[in-house]
Write a protein that binds this ligand. Structure first.
Ligand code: NAP
Length: 312
């Protein structure tokens, strides 16, 4: 199935080129999009087409930074069940054989592809980028561990904490509150990562001392599970509490796999370096089952890499 987006309509086209479903979402005042109708050809009902139309429609409204209003009953029921979450674009640089770690990244082909990757990151202008705990520590904090002695005996409830609202966010998926940030704002030489407000996504397994530390340095945090992080819950909170509409998921392998298994990877932006990696390097999605995507565009970059867009 292919989903084709027009101004206020998305159509589902089957393998024979027939239109088998349509969703209408006219724009109203104040950048509000009203979902007025979801229709699927009777012969094609029960194949997930209406849900596919809804997902594409919500992603498109997120991409336009619009507000969703639903007046058709199918859309109302879908929203009651699934809620609203950001459009998730998994943006990664890989080897030819789909690896994302290891020494291929520091060879000349990897470095050049990484330059293209950072250019694309800036051009996509997400509202936030997100990484797993390991990547946040290796790329941004250097594994710093704060002295928590002044917070001994802290007693804080498991309530979401918004230190500030900001135009751009770095979202850290960190089950146990381990990442040692030193400030609520991330400073980086690359303007694509500079001046982000940090949001820690935690489980309730996080020590109260760390919550007190995050509050002191101005890091926001939210809870998305008891011991593990439920990706959908986290995304719904990022949408509702911080207004994040477009999230760039930027690795590593483990957190990408968790998003994929939760059905929360909408698009993939893959920048491929012309190199085969070592066999022990990690894949784009760890612990992934077979999941079909559709390639929507492909281009070669000035740096000699290939950039491919896929969508779910
Ligand atoms: N090629 C690229 O574009 C690219 C991009 C980014 C990173 N990387 C590379 O990727 C490597 C790191 O990747 P990685 O796969 O080892 O780690 P990762 O995905 O960065 O982080 C994984 C960690 O995230 C935490 N986590 C939070 N919520 C989770 C959930 N629901 N399910 C699973 N884990 C969750 C877990 O740590 P806790 O249990 O402590 O919470 C887990 O160990 C680095 O070498 C980095 O350089 C490459």
């Amino acid at each position: 199935m292919e989903y084709v987006t027009h101004d206020s309509r998305i159509c589902c086209i089957d393998g024979n080129g027939n239109e088998v479903g349509t969703i209408l979402f006219p724009k109203r005042e104040g950048n509000v999009y009203e979902i007025t109708s979801t229709k699927v050809d009777p012969s094609m009902q029960g194949k997930g087409i209406a849900a596919g139309l809804m997902r594409h429609c919500l992603n498109e409204i997120s991409r336009r930074r619009g507000t969703v209003q639903a007046t058709c009953s199918y859309a109302q029921n879908y929203l009651a069940k699934h809620g609203l979450r950001p459009l998730v674009i998994c943006h990664m640089v890989t080897s030819i054989d789909g690896r994302v770690t290891g020494k291929f990244l520091s060879g000349s082909a990897g470095v050049q592809a990484s330059e293209a990757y950072y250019d694309y990151h800036r051009a996509m202008q997400g509202d936030a980028f997100a990484c797993g705990r390991v990547t946040m520590e290796s790329s941004f904090t250097g594994g710093f561990k704060p002295d928590l002695s002044e917070f001994a005996g802290a007693d804080l409830p498991h309530e979401d904490y918004i230190a500030r609202k900001h135009g751009y966010y770095a979202v850290s998926f960190d089950r146990h509150g381990s990442v040692g940030w030193q400030d609520g704002i991330l400073h980086d030489e690359d303007p694509g990562y500079d001046d982000c407000h940090i949001i820690e996504v935690l489980s309730e397994d996080t020590p109260a001392e760390m919550l007190a530390y995050y509050r002191k340095i101005g890091v926001s945090y939210l809870f998305a599970g008891r011991e593990d992080i439920e990706i959908k819950t986290a995304l719904q909170k990022l949408y509702a509490l911080f207004g994040i509409r477009v999230l760039l998921l930027e690795g590593g392998s483990i957190i990408n796999g968790a998003f994929l298994r939760a059905g929360c990877v909408d698009k993939i932006s893959q920048v491929i370096a012309p190199v085969i990696a070592d066999q022990n390097d990690k894949p784009l999605f760890s612990d992934a089952g077979m999941t079909e995507f559709r390639m929507t565009s492909c281009e070669t970059t000035e740096q000699g890499a290939v950039r491919i867009w896929y969508e779910a």
